[in-house]
Design a protein around this ligand. Structure first.
Ligand code: ASP
Length: 590
């Protein structure tokens, strides 16, 4: 038997027991004739005490960091207790030990805080995973996984696997493709999600499906994206949007309670996409704080009457003018305001400046546009913005899309600065009634906002005949948002062949192309497809949020770096010419 206990198991009640432990040497500390060793495994750390009698053996075979050893000894009470660890009241007086494997000196310290940089730790990920931080994250991930499965099991869902070698399905991103040796010149694609398969399972009658599944998207990796990531993918039949929202709100609440002990009793608030954009400037509002956008002018339409009375070119020419009120910030100094101006000028925000209006404690107003606004006009501007004494109003003006996005970023930034975004407060939100289409400016065409299988609201189907009204068409599509992060999304699907064909046509696909790409789905819709809908959650992101952290990479055992590389495996990498020949592929470069 390798061990009687783990390194996290023994307590003062075990005093006097003879035990055998096995694990990794974290530290070796020699004090005169005695040596202390911290022995680590997945479960914790136990202190070992090597007495004088073992000195000769320790001299002969010294212990090094990360050696794997086995010790036999007696549990004794520690004179110098360590309240920080659960085993801190005891230590093992070692009687005998064996080195099971030696180790090279690790390239960084394997403790809570490490001296290793990111790349180095990625290269030696198996060592980094020994650190308590990552261990806690992976434990949490396991618990979230278990909670999801338990809940869906009680609701009657079946976990059904779907293939990874498939045909390209457009979900907005680029596919990873895999050449087929047996079918010369042809390629599989890795799934961006199991979308069409889960719909086909509904056609087969498996009316409650789920899978915790890898998805692959060949996107440029913006911060904190992974080319392969995990989704909790779900689909149900004979459901309306309300059924889906109820079921998955239940899942969410269960996971929060099970994993974090957080009880979410109230129904999650719901907000339409229009309201989210109007009030927060984005479709995933952080509702831990208010500070809503004030639409002084939007898409060229003036809403704050006072703007018609002033002669200020910047405002007159702007398509959109938005404001937010920062509570208690009227005393911002010149320096602080200059710094905010620099902040909005950063390329990521891209504005040329920010106008400020101070609502002073004495009832007066002071602004950076005093030349154009008199006191009364500032007052009426403040009143339009619902500003109160002590507020600082910040105003951005410019093109609709950019200004709205910039203001939404500024709102979040001010929320951070004012401490309104406490990670221990959880505010989930459903955003509903998304537009069906989105205009792709680069390609100058309409694309599906969610994906092409999403159903328009029945009352909007008629608008699909009129290109000029595409922007008005709303879908039965929804996202779940937590603290300003989208963690899941889904929709009620199209399940009739003619409507699906109409949708493909609206996206610029002719009948032949639709048949070639999606013949299997269109065909299936002819054999009794039930009404259905579903949702998918970003599992890595959900875990990171539950762990109170921002980077999903820390919640994945073996992640890729920002360039999509696995630096431990050194992948992607070149392949042998022989492999290429077998695939009838020729390499152009390298
Ligand atoms: N397949 C969708 C996605 O990956 C989710 C869904 O509609 O269920 O975003």
């Amino acid at each position: 038997m390798y061990r009687t206990h783990t390194c996290g198991a023994l307590r003062i009640e075990d005093k006097g027991k003879e035990v055998t432990l096995a694990g990794w040497v974290q530290t070796v500390r020699k004090f005169g004739s005695i040596t202390f060793v911290d022995l680590r495994d997945r479960y914790g750390i136990t202190q070992l005490l090597f007495n004088e009698s073992l000195n000769a053996r320790l001299d002969e075979t010294p212990l090094g960091r990360e050696y794997v050893i086995q010790v036999k000894g007696t549990v004794i009470e520690r004179s110098n207790k360590n309240a920080k660890i659960p085993t801190g009241d005891i230590e093992i007086e070692v009687m005998d030990f064996a080195i099971m494997n030696i180790a090279s000196v690790p390239p960084f310290t394997i403790e809570e805080d490490t001296d290793g940089g990111d790349e180095l730790r990625m290269k030696y990920r198996y060592l980094d995973l020994r650190r308590p931080t990552l261990k806690r994250n992976l434990e949490l991930r396991y618990k979230v996984n278990r909670a999801v499965r338990n809940y869906l099991d009680t609701q009657g869902f079946w976990d059904i696997e779907t293939p990874f070698l498939i045909k390209s399905t457009p979900e907005g991103a680029r596919d990873f493709i895999v050449p087929s040796r047996m079918n010369e010149g042809q390629f599989y694609a890795l799934p961006q999600s199991p979308q069409t398969f889960k719909q086909l399972l509904m056609v087969s009658g498996y009316d409650k499906y789920y899978q915790i599944v890898k998805c692959f998207r060949d996107e440029d990796l913006r911060a904190d994206r992974q080319p392969e990531f995990t989704q909790v993918d779900c689909e149900m039949s004979f459901v309306e949007q309300e059924d889906i929202l109820q079921t998955f709100e239940g899942l969410f609440k269960h996971v929060f309670y099970d994993v974090k002990g957080v009880e979410m009793k109230e129904q999650f608030p719901r907000m339409t996409w229009d309201d989210a954009m109007w009030n927060y400037g984005n479709d995933k509002p952080d509702i831990r704080f208010e500070m809503k956008l004030q639409n002084l002018k939007a898409e060229g339409k003036v809403h704050a009457e006072v703007l018609n009375q002033v002669d200020f070119k910047v405002f007159a020419e702007a398509e959109t003018i938005l404001a937010i009120c920062i509570p208690g910030a009227s005393e911002y100094t010149r320096k602080q305001l200059d710094e905010l101006t620099e902040w909005v000028k950063r390329p990521q925000i891209g504005m040329s400046g920010v106008v400020n209006v101070k609502c002073n404690a004495d009832g007066t107003y002071k602004s950076s546009v005093d030349k154009f606004f008199n006191e009364d006009q500032l007052k009426s501007l403040a009143s339009f913005c619902n500003a109160t004494t002590g507020d600082l109003i910040l105003i951005l003006a410019g093109k609709e899309t950019r200004t709205r996005k910039a203001m939404s970023e500024l709102r979040l930034e001010m929320g951070n600065r004012l401490g309104f975004r406490d990670p221990s407060v959880y505010k989930p939100l459903w955003v509903i009634d998304f537009p069906l289409f989105e205009h792709d400016e680069e390609e100058n065409r309409w694309v599906a906002r969610h994906h092409p299988f999403t159903s328009p609201k029945p009352e909007h189907i008629a608008l699909m005949n009129d290109l000029s009204r595409y922007a008005e068409i709303k879908a039965n599509a929804y996202d779940i948002v937590l603290n300003g992060t989208e963690i899941g999304g889904g929709s009620i699907r199209i399940y009739q062949r003619d409507l699906q064909e109409k949708m493909f046509a609206a996206l610029g696909m002719d009948k032949e192309e639709a048949q070639e790409k999606f013949g299997f789905l269109l065909g299936a819709f002819e054999y009794g497809a039930p009404p259905h809908g579903g949702i998918a959650f970003g599992f890595d992101r959900l875990c990171a949020l539950l762990g109170g952290q921002e980077t999903i990479r820390d919640f994945i055992a073996f992640p890729k770096n920002n360039a999509g590389r696995d630096v431990m495996l050194d992948a992607p990498s070149a392949v042998d010419k022989k492999q290429l020949d077998e695939l009838s592929l020729e390499q152009k470069i390298g």
